[in-house]
Design a protein around this ligand. Structure first.
Ligand SMILES: N[C@@H](CCC(=O)N[C@@H](CS)C(=O)NCC(=O)O)C(=O)O
Length: 327
């Protein structure tokens, strides 16, 4: 297998990290008609679709959360890669030890050694990055979509008639507000931690850390006055923010040098993070050992010996104050 040029290494120019666009953009829809992009033919069906994820990846984590929130665990299967990501990209390395420590599953659909094989399965000339999450169609043996923000919208809607779960995390009436806060959260926080950690100049690093903490101040202020990002209703905007928050103190603060403050110094954000962690089905999507191992042991350019910091024990099951604050 050829060596891959990893996303973050290839895209650093003048100190600024630039994330590339995802390439597979088909949509699963209730009746198989065309979605906002890509081809038709991907009808929502039980046991047809599969997710390839790393438990470390905040983007992949979104899709696991929506699989839980929308009651899709028995309809959509999952393979979990090994946390270490080196020259050949994500691997399906898996044994009893990695399973116990990191929740790896191996390639539960086949015999692939690396995730790249799934990308090249139907497109030997594929030039894009080999990223998780991947939404895979077991019927055609091909990738449907590798853009998490789109996968969660499909999971939110397309399978409703199969599951009877009509909870809506992107309701029509709130879309403008959700889109607006997503913009801030994506650029300054979700991707902001990466832009800080992968900056290769002091200036780029300081610019991005400063923008990140300004955005956290805005979010802190907002969450002091309302329960969720767009009011009293929890939406996709909250879950998109949350996957960064849960990794913050253990990884981004240290590894990506996002260290103006720890997250627990933002009282409203911290309590909100606890509240969401304690929602049904969510804690089981979090594997801190996998998260820490991936970041610290894979990004050797910024942590050359791959040493994983011990860190302090974080207990997210302690009672939170959001009920009392917003009743
Ligand atoms: N836009 C993608 C980004 C996914 C992404 O960058 N995933 C990272 C892991 S956190 C990855 O697989 N990186 C591997 C690489 O770039 O080589 C999404 O949101 O789905």
């Amino acid at each position: 297998m050829k060596e891959l040029t990893s996303n973050w290494k290839s895209s650093i120019k003048s100190g600024e990290y630039k994330r590339k666009d995802s390439q597979f953009r088909h949509w699963v829809t209730a009746d198989g008609s065309t979605g906002p992009s890509g081809d038709a033919g991907f009808k929502a069906e039980a046991d047809r679709y599969h997710l390839f994820v790393s438990l470390a990846c905040p983007w992949a984590h979104r899709t696991l959360i929506f699989r839980q929130l929308k009651g899709l665990a028995s309809l959509i299967s999952v393979s979990v890669v090994h946390p270490d990501m080196h020259a050949k990209g994500w691997s399906f390395d898996h044994d009893e030890t990695t399973q116990a420590l990191y929740g790896t599953t191996g390639d539960t659909l086949g015999q692939s050694e690396f995730l790249a094989e799934k990308y090249f399965a139907n497109d030997t000339g594929y030039q894009g990055n080999i990223t998780v999450p991947v939404l895979w169609d077991k019927k055609t043996g091909s990738i449907v979509n590798n853009e998490s923000s789109e996968i969660i919208r499909m999971l939110n809607q397309a399978f409703n008639s199969l599951t009877g779960n009509t909870l809506d995390y992107y309701p029509q009436a709130l879309r403008n507000e959700i889109d607006e806060i997503n913009e801030l959260v994506y650029h300054k926080i979700n991707n902001g931690v990466y832009k800080s950690g992968f900056a290769t100049s002091q200036g780029a690093y300081e610019r991005n850390v400063s923008a990140l903490f300004d955005a956290l101040d805005i979010v802190e202020q907002r969450l002091s006055q309302q329960r969720y990002l767009v009011g009293e209703t929890i939406t996709e905007a909250d879950w998109r923010l949350w996957t960064t928050l849960i990794r913050f103190d253990a990884v981004y603060h240290t590894h990506f040098k996002c260290n103006l403050k720890q997250l627990n110094e933002f009282p409203n954000i911290y309590q909100y993070m606890l509240e969401l962690y304690q929602m049904q089905g969510i804690a089981e999507t979090v594997n801190m050992a996998h998260i820490k191992r991936h970041y610290y042991a894979s990004h050797l350019a910024i942590n050359p010996y791959g040493i994983v910091p011990v860190g302090h024990e974080q207990d997210w099951s302690i009672p939170h104050s959001r009920d009392a604050q917003f009743n």
